[in-house]
Write a protein of this length. Structure first.
Length: 439
């Protein structure tokens, strides 16, 4: 056997040993679902595979378009697990995509072996002792998520077979990183689902448990949420034997933030009602409280009024909410276009009080924009005209059945998919004298 044959056999045996060790490392790290633990295990055992004086796993972190617009860099590398570096010097190094060996490998998806970094123009000096370097991309789902970087104080420290081992380890690390991230996403999803369920239960407790019963009126309200937690809101409060305060509102956004804002609105309006403020004064007080407390991109549209059965009158204020639909006994429909700005947008918004007198057979439908903005398969909206037609067709039904009938028309319009936004109805029917009920 020649000296060359012996050397080749020795290197082949060394590669086989490395593959066995790689398999052992893979088995070990695959048992963990803690990302930092996985990366530290890799770094702690890497030296037994490929000797190095400094090494690191650098993960690519990218920000969204909003943060880019604010001047942040689109993508930067963060050192997730490193060995052999001066951490103070490393913390000041902010490599971007395309910069240095690390950025170059991530951008081009190709590994690099540099026998002498001093002769390489793309090298960025992060460690004065380094003479040779090897960098491999970590690719998951056909996207580069980071890089493996090995540095040596010796020239020509790395060979092609070292690179092959590093590439195999990088592919295993990518799989495990993906597995860990999916596991973390599943845990986070369950955590959020738990929070949403709690928020949903709290929100259900905030809605009235029953419909109001007033002499001469049939009144009902209902909320159809599109998510676990709705941004729509309705409520009623008994003021006296023949008076109730009522509200329907639509909070900007969805989910838990909208639900929290809804709870704040409920408490504020109920407080104003118990004090005895007129509708427009209640709106102004609540507007100021919201303006003081919420983010500038949040707001609430709301219709708030007091129904007096003695005088058959609804006094109300409208803060940017959808115009109510009034259908008279003859079937004539009109939308009442009166109101001001949504709540919470400006500090000193003023609101006006309006009056509506009910005649026997009149039907007033308060609603949120999820109804009129429900789209069919051709992206056409349900719209006001269809809402008026649906109410007219169901005008003789009890208020609760009228709501169900209109909702069914929306479902038919959307081919059973329903609206993309929450839908809420508050229906007031002025009954003929012969159909009055007890309070």
């Amino acid at each position: 056997m020649t000296e060359q044959t012996k050397e080749a056999a020795g290197r082949a045996l060394s590669t086989i040993d490395k593959l066995r060790m790689l398999l052992d490392i893979t088995r070990t790290i695959s048992r963990s679902l803690n990302l930092q633990e996985v990366l530290n295990l890799v770094m702690d055992t890497l030296d037994s595979l490929i000797p190095y004086d400094a090494a690191g796993i650098f993960v690519l972190h990218c920000v969204d378009q909003a943060r880019i617009a604010e001047g942040e860099e689109p993508c930067e590398f963060q050192a997730e697990a490193v060995r052999g570096y001066d951490l103070d010097e490393l913390s000041g190094l902010h490599l971007k995509l395309g910069e240095g060996f690390i950025g170059h490998v991530a951008l081009n998806r190709e590994p690099i072996i540099s026998p002498d970094v001093r002769n390489d123009p793309i090298y960025v000096n992060a460690r004065a002792q380094t003479r040779s370097e090897m960098v491999a991309p970590i690719i998951s789902n056909d996207e580069v998520i980071g890089v493996f970087d090995l540095e040596s104080d010796e020239l020509n420290a790395y060979y092609e077979d070292d690179l092959q081992v590093l590439m195999m380890l990088a592919s295993q690390v990518a799989i495990i990183i993906e597995k860990v991230m999916l596991h973390e996403q599943m845990i986070e999803k369950k955590r959020l689902e738990g929070q949403l369920e709690v928020a949903r239960q709290v929100q259900l407790e905030l809605l009235p448990p029953s419909d109001p019963k007033l002499p001469g009126y049939d009144i009902s309200a209902y909320n159809f949420p599109t998510e676990e937690v709705s941004g729509d809101y309705y409520d009623w409060v008994k003021i006296s034997e023949d008076q109730i305060a009522l509200v329907i509102a639509d909070v900007s956004g969805k989910g838990v933030p909208a639900a929290l804002l809804m709870a704040f609105l409920r408490a504020s309006l109920r407080g104003a009602t118990h004090i005895g403020y007129a509708p427009q004064i209640s709106m102004e007080k609540v507007n100021y409280l919201l303006w003081e407390s919420i983010e500038r991109n949040q707001f609430v549209t709301a219709f708030y009024g007091t129904l007096d059965t003695e005088n058959r009158t609804l006094s109300y204020a409208n803060a940017g909410h959808n115009p109510p639909l009034l259908l008279d006994a003859k079937g004539n429909a009109r939308f009442i276009e009166r109101g001001g700005l949504p709540l919470g947008m400006f500090r000193d918004t003023r609101y006006h009080q309006y009056y509506l007198t009910f005649e026997p057979g009149d039907v007033l439908v308060l609603y949120t924009d999820g109804v009129t903005e429900a789209n069919n398969t051709l992206a056409a909206e349900f719209g006001r005209n269809r809402l008026a037609t649906a109410v007219r067709q169901a005008a003789n039904l009890p208020a609760r059945e009228l709501i169900a009938s209109v909702q069914n028309e929306v479902l038919n319009w959307t081919d059973g998919k329903g609206a993309s936004d929450d839908i809420t109805f508050f229906v007031i029917k002025a009954m003929p004298e012969s159909k009055t009920g007890d309070i």
